[in-house]
Design a protein around this ligand. Sequence first.
Ligand code: G
Ligand code: G
Ligand code: MN
Length: 473
Amino acid sequence: METAAGHAASAIHNVELVRELREEATVRARQALHDDVTDLPNSRGLAETLQRPLFSGSRLAVLTIRIDSLREVNETLGRAMGDELLQQAASRLSPLTEAGWCAKTATDEFTIVVRGGYDEAQGMAEQVIQAFDAPVQCADVALAITAGIGIVLAPDHGRETEILLRRASLAASRSRVEGTKVTTWAADRDPYDPQRLAIAADLRDAIPAGELQVHFQPQVDIESGLVTGAEALVRWRHPRLGELRPDQFIAAAEYTGAIDALTEHVLSVAAHTCAGWREQGWDLDVSVNLSARNLANVTFADMVESILDETGLDPAALTLELTESSIMTEAEGAMNTLAAIHDLGVSLSIDDFGTGYSSLAHLRKLPVSEIKIDKSFVFDLTTSHSDEAIVRSMVDLGHHLGLTVVVEGVETVEVRRRLAEMGADRIQGYLLSRPMPVTAFEQWIADRPVRMAELSTSEAETSAADRIADRER
Ligand code: G
Ligand code: G
Ligand code: MN
């Protein structure tokens, strides 16, 4: 009897012991997978969550958000305030995605994962920026949260959480270094990346192998709605790595010297394609991106000239785009090349305008006829007073200098409307279309108003206006 009672008692005791142990194990497991300060999953917790979707090859966008202001808050207001800042940041970030998909992956870093690719990543980055728009209230202090965002895409940039997190974090640091809000990880800019060297080596054979393709993104006259031309954008169908975007290989092309052949290829495809459009009566222009290295090549202008000869393209229909920084760096030789291009009757455009340091005085000296306002100023045009003021003054500045003002990154009807009010000349952006292969471009254009060689302008304008009104209705 006594032993039975004793057994019963120790059985109860054991049950409790087991329960306590189990609870403690759960707490420990939770701690191992969670961050103390915010109670969000840590990198190990995130790795567990992502294991299955990554294994099955799901497309995921991973955004690492580095809180730049944390350090200053810790140092000036103390750790407790820093923790408070992180908790508030966590409560703004975690509702943006699925439960468990927002993690605290380092002392000053959060990581958000969403399903999808580049566009979903950009969309989420915008939501993050908005979430941090208003300062957080910690005790009695309003603290601004400043952050840099780094993006990686799975499976393109990696299939393991550890690699993805490292790359996203690297991209987030670049955002801070370069003063951009959002940076997508790029193989050719990752100093630790073995793939970068492979890409550089593969590039030499890519052109003869026909792996480089040229996509076209339309540009439209903002007033008439007429399609006026397209920007040619290179794509690389890598046999093993899939479709690569220019930011994954242009830098490699520059340092291996393959950029000359690459530019020649893109230019020749673009010129040939555009000449074909013009033959069928479409009065379209084409823009091609150059890199700084191209200008340093003394035979570059000759190459452009022979492509014009071969394709029969009117030089006035060709625009070459250069970034501000590429014009500024290669000083001497660049100026000669620019002058020679200008003498051919080819137009020059300053790409990503507003992101470099070209002085007004310098701009005046260049044979430039167009500026392209960088998309980073355009995305928040209707919500940010400073972006709106910047774009407005860039439009005015361009017009004062007698330049055509093109605005890229136009994604919404509201932005287009605002730009029309500001008097911008032409727009390009996802609102019209993404860059597309030439066949898709020609289909796209088939049911839109195109600037025609024969058609009188007023006739074309009427049909364009009607169509735009129809679309907006
Ligand atoms: O869509 P998108 O990813 O194509 O372009 C990314 C960047 O790559 C842009 O800044 C664009 O200027 C650049 N780019 C696209 N095509 C070319 C090209 O043929 N040559 C050079 N030098 N840059 C390009
Ligand atoms: O730097 P450059 O102007 O050449 O950039 C062209 C790049 O901009 C290409 O990568 C193209 O895909 C991208 N792009 C064009 N329009 C839009 C847009 O409306 N939104 C976004 N996010 N990117 C755009
Ligand atoms: Mn461009």
